[in-house]
Unconditional design. Sequence first.
Length: 452
Amino acid sequence: MKQKKLIGLRNLLLGSAAVIACGLMAASDANATNGYFSHGYSIKNKALAGAGVALPLDSLASSMNPAGITEVGTRVDLGISLFSPSRGYDVKGNPTNPADVPGCDPMTGAGCPFGLKKGNEDSDSKYFVIPSFGYNYMINDNSAVGIAVFGNGGMNTDYDTNTFNVNPMLPNYKNKPTGVDLMQLFIAPTYAYKFAGKHSFGITPIIAVQFFEAQGVQVFGEAGFSDDPNNISDNGHDSSFGYGARIGYLGQLTDKFSIGLSYQSEINMDEFDDYAGLFAEQGDFDIPQNFTVGFAFKPIPSVRFAFDWQRIYYSDIDSIANPMMNGSGTALNGPLGSNNGAGFGWDDMDVFKFGLEWERSAQWTYRFGYSFSDDQPIPDKEVMFNILAPGVIEKHATFGFTRTFANNNELDFAFMYAFNNDVEGPNPLDPAQKIKLEMNQWEVSLGYSWVF
């Protein structure tokens, strides 16, 4: 027994070393699905549309519910996803002529309408590779430790045009491209313990790393819309570090029914100093708290249903939630970068996830999933700034399978399609125009698991 524990400790250390290597890769260009949270993290749960707070399937269970790692055994899970978002915007109506606006100074843009070039633009970047890693070790029948590395969603746009500056009198009239690039990485060590053979509790300290770059938005500084115009755009990638935690409960109430509860705290991040003139509170970009409640039901031994309800509190993060305009709609909510600085105006988001798992045989297990939100987080009056982050997806459909081999190792596959959705609203700085944001996505994922 002691020898087995030493071997397990050695494996844990080797797994932790692999985490560091994987982590360097996992901070890849991020995707925007449920706002900027991913629809799922492990390959198996991706195939269930992200459902699984009460249905742990592998060592990345801690990404949803830390308590779940008591149920998955000792194992290593590796995954890689090819993610392809199609996103763009369409500006309807010609920009207002500054000469027609009394008090407009075309040399500085002061008092002028902020119109955009009429027409449709699509983001150039189409494909992103997103790896994941998990290691779980059963200390005994009732307790487990593990570590997982994964990317959250995020924002990425890359328009080959000078989206915001249509005033030839301003210095950066010809600068392009326009867009943002947010990359997020989570390292999540976990401990969980099971009481009375039915009730598991787990805790996951979270280490988070972010990288961010903005291009083509310097016109907001030149037009006097920022507290720090030198730190608003085209400063390369800046990094940010932070800490938080997730706690969870898993109850195996009967042989057929289980419930899961999970809560992630707000993750307080360092400021993006190089973009202190863009994000509210001098470059602050924290990660919002969220919770998930769900159940799993097994009517017959070969079939399991899962349902999750997730709520994401985007409204707690000023840089994400602050509206672009003040209540009267006549001026910015506050200068970019200030404590009340204009933001993306996102609302809180509720996501409902349904999954079905069918174990057709000892070798083949099939999964199906569907998720939807009550409403994507971008109000129609906030479309202008969200050209940079058009996270308007509301519905996902998924499919996947697992092939189990004679040695119990597993090959996983998942496919996701996020249905096209759009939001249209006025340009708040030029009422003669309307802006429509649009997005659809697909993702293909492969994973391999070593089960000990």
